[in-house]
Design a protein around this ligand. Structure first.
Ligand code: NAI
Ligand code: 15L
Length: 267
């Protein structure tokens, strides 16, 4: 690739991928609503609110691929989610349509299916059961990706990320953890595979306790290497949550118990 755009470049995953993926393209264009500065040759930075359609057009111009990490990443009032994840996602796909359909990796989330019980192993084609407005917005993102693929041939991998952190820190992450390294190798495969289409992929490491079945995307050639199991003893030493706790009952964990937050203007 000549130029990879990483939205959400100032965020937790963006800051890691910025360094880890530096060899994937001649230029990495980092974008975020907050200001960023280039740290070395081969980086360029754009300040852009995803809800600003013309700014998004300029952000996407001349890019061959997009790692779309930007947006609201937790449960928040609807106005915030509408702005970044609903309007922002539409703006991104319209910009991709206008600029030659660069391939997109969309950071979807396990919160699209958070109300499934942890006893159920899931394929990616099962009905969504979002656990909040955030999860709904990620389901919308997956559907928008599908629409632009069927209508225009826009390729997208919607990656339902579990818990992407340096290491697993609670009992639920023994199942949901995605290491940074496994996310990086998944991203590389998404941008290297000759034909991508529009798959939904579980973004999860090789955790024996995972609830998610990626057997239908073997053609991608992605083999996660890390396992949360290496942290089991340390995590269990902190105490196993009681049997009725959402951390051990629902795939979305604590998100399933959060309130629907009011918009600022209606409080
Ligand atoms: P983060 O919250 O640390 O980063 C998101 C970035 O998006 C921030 O830098 C923020 O400034 C930017 N942003 C927010 N609103 C924006 C707007 N209107 N315009 C432009 N930029 C905006 O999130 P994190 O953890 O880095 O996650 C990255 C992506 O992966 C998010 O889309 C999140 O929903 C998704 N994801 C992350 C998981 C995780 O375990 N970290 C799990 C599942 C999904
Ligand atoms: C997500 O979608 C969030 O972006 C992240 O902050 C974590 O809460 C993660 O899911 C998770 O479920 O652990």
């Amino acid at each position: 690739m000549k130029r990879l755009l990483i939205t959400g470049g100032a965020g937790a995953i963006g800051r890691v991928m910025r360094k880890r993926l530096s060899g994937i393209a001649d230029v990495i264009r980092l974008a975020d609503v907050v200001a960023l500065t280039p740290e070395h040759d081969g980086e360029e930075c754009v300040q852009c609110d995803l809800a600003d359609a013309s700014a998004v057009q300029a952000m996407v111009a001349d890019c061959d691929g997009i790692l779309h990490l930007g947006g609201i990443s937790v449960e928040r009032p609807f106005d915030e989610i509408l702005h970044a994840n609903i309007i922002g996602m539409y703006n991104l796909y319209e910009a991709a349509r206008a600029h030659g359909h660069p391939r997109i990796l969309f950071a979807s989330s396990n919160h699209t299916v958070g109300f499934y019980p942890q006893t159920q192993r899931l394929r990616a084609d099962e009905p969504l059961r979002p656990d909040g407005l955030y999860g709904v917005s990620k389901g919308y993102g997956e559907l928008l990706a599908r629409l632009y693929f069927d209508k225009f041939g826009q390729e997208t991998a919607s990656v339902r990320i579990g818990s992407c952190t340096r290491e697993p820190v609670d009992y639920r992450m023994l199942s949901s953890w995605l290491s940074y390294e496994d996310f990086a190798t998944l991203t590389e495969r998404v941008f290297k595979v000759p034909v991508l289409g529009c798959p939904v992929i579980w973004g999860v490491s090789a955790n024996p306790a995972s609830w998610w079945d990626n057997s239908n995307v073997g053609w991608l050639g992605w083999q996660p290497k890390d396992s949360a199991e290496n942290w089991r003893t340390a995590i269990e030493a902190q105490g196993i949550p009681p049997a009725n706790h959402p951390l051990v009952t629902k795939q979305g964990g604590l998100f399933t118990e959060l309130a629907i937050m009011r918009n600022e203007r209606s409080v």
